[in-house]
Design a protein around this ligand. Sequence first.
Ligand code: HEM
Length: 157
Amino acid sequence: MPYTFVLLIQQSNKIMNSYSLLQTSHSWWAALTIILLFVALTNSVFGMNSKRIFSVKDRKIALIAMTFAHLQLILGLVLYFVSPIGFSALGQMSSAILRLTSLEHPLVGIVAIILITIGWSKHKKADNDTRKFKQISIFYGAGLLLILSRIPWSLWF
Ligand code: HEM
């Protein structure tokens, strides 16, 4: 009996450790993702307004920002099923913070990352450089705004 108890404690410690590791990664990766999306957005807005050529560097900036957003999505999805305020809190809609972390933040985050991915694919199909910048500006801008509107700010840092 005490041995089973020790095993249970060890198991719950492991879950707690992976939870805090995921929480910390999702939290730091969020900062990097937001900065990179902002860089890609401002770069595209300036590129569009100056009507310059869409260079390999512009493509790389947009690609890196999208890749960071995709990794954030993966971290978020795993965290969602480990966190006590993710999927397991989904029924508690009367609490504003639990509604945010279990429903609004994940849902809006997924929609935002879909929009960013659509922007990336639309820029590839655009037939001139200004339009490439425009697609990235619109879709990355909308995605970033959605992400910022549903961050659980009170939990961050
Ligand atoms: C680019 C998109 C995203 C950004 C920038 C972002 C950012 C954040 C931030 C800053 C926090 C607070 C971190 C903390 O507690 O210190 C957070 C928490 C959380 N996020 Fe995200 N997130 C994104 C997408 C997602 C997605 C797609 C999901 C799930 C499908 C998700 C699930 C969660 C959960 C469950 C929490 C609460 C974690 C906890 O404290 O237990 N996130 N997110």
